[in-house]
Design a protein around this ligand. Structure first.
Ligand SMILES: C[S@@+](CC[C@H](N)C(=O)[O-])C[C@H]1O[C@@H](n2cnc3c(N)ncnc32)[C@H](O)[C@@H]1O
Length: 297
């Protein structure tokens, strides 16, 4: 997923109860069959992290970047914002030995994530909690998290400025927010001002150049399996997915996928800044601009 439940570009966002019910329907339908996971796996090939089974562009390279860029210490709190069925946050919580608070607009997704805790964390399952909350109103205390990941969910916030401000509020000084974004090639960003207004700086921009082609494979597979999707997921969730596929396929060529690392300023300005050892040729670093916001994702 998918923007299976998003409004068309330019349309007013549906009220949160309506969006929540739509996401509930998708997550419930997805859990009834492994068809959607199989189609993602086919589209991503060996880059598909089977255990994580995300509803998003999450592949092994993205998981690697999240783990490396977060630079978290064991025992600290990671937040998975718009966590869906929780696989990304749980995988990171296990890999980094951190505590996890995941939240999602969808109660069904939060319940699914809760049910997966023991698989990832075994006897330490209660190191993770999942809740129903919104990006614009997380219910978390100020400065509680040293890391936040938000994979393919930020673009769904009804008010992105409010969501950015809220996630910045939740970050501890020096903590990092990692957010996937789909941008329009060559468009001019309003991003830097919004990041600064939320008390953060942009530390890295990691390009994800193979992502648009991956989405093209995903969408073509959905279209090719339309009848099977209707049969196994039900009419409404399948139609939402197919609508998204038809809307997005013509737009993918102009799409630029990035992973942004935003950092809350450390309290001690003399603290050494992290060095971008991962920046390489053709990769933009924190000084670069991330041109313009793009569409719904
Ligand atoms: C594309 S899915 C990604 C889920 C998960 N991050 C992953 O990568 O598997 C987007 C998720 O964002 C959630 N969502 C949408 N709008 C939200 C909001 N305003 N606040 C919190 N969660 C939201 C949806 O319920 C859905 O689970």
């Amino acid at each position: 997923m998918n923007a299976t439940t998003t409004a068309p570009p330019g349309a007013a966002p549906a009220p949160s109860e309506v969006r929540s019910a739509q996401y509930d329907a998708f997550h419930a339908a997805r859990a009834r069959t492994d068809l959607v996971a199989r189609l993602y796996a086919e589209a991503m090939g060996e880059d598909y992290p089977v255990e994580v089974a995300a509803s998003s562009s999450c592949d092994w390279p993205l998981l690697g970047l999240l783990a490396a860029r977060l630079r978290m210490r064991p025992g600290r709190l990671l937040v998975d914002a718009g966590c869906g069925a929780g696989g990304i946050g749980l995988w990171l919580a296990r890999a980094l030995a951190v505590r996890l608070d995941g939240f999602d607009l969808s109660p069904v997704a939060a319940a699914q994530a809760t049910a997966r805790r023991a698989h990832f964390l075994g006897p330490a399952a209660d190191r993770a909690v999942f809740r129903v909350a919104e990006l614009e109103n997380t219910g978390l205390p100020d400065g509680c998290a040293h890391g936040i990941v938000c994979v393919d969910a930020f673009g769904r916030a009804a008010d992105r400025g409010a969501a950015l401000h809220e996630l910045g509020r939740v970050l501890a000084p020096g903590g990092r927010l990692m957010v996937t974004r789909a941008l329009r090639r060559g468009a001019d960003p309003a991003w830097h001002e919004a990041v600064a207004a939320a008390g953060m700086t942009q530390e890295h921009v990691d390009e994800r150049p193979s992502e648009p082609a991956m989405w093209e494979r995903v969408y073509r597979l959905w279209v090719a399996h339309a009848d099977q999707l209707r049969h196994e997921l039900g009419e409404a969730p399948a139609e939402n997915m197919l609508r998204e596929a038809h809307q997005m396929l013509p737009k993918l060529r102009g799409r630029r996928a990035v992973l942004l690392t935003l950092r809350r300023l450390p309290e001690d300005p003399a603290a050494p800044a992290a060095v971008d050892r991962m920046a390489g040729p053709g990769r933009q670093t924190g000084d670069g601009h991330a041109p313009g916001e793009r569409t719904p994702q």
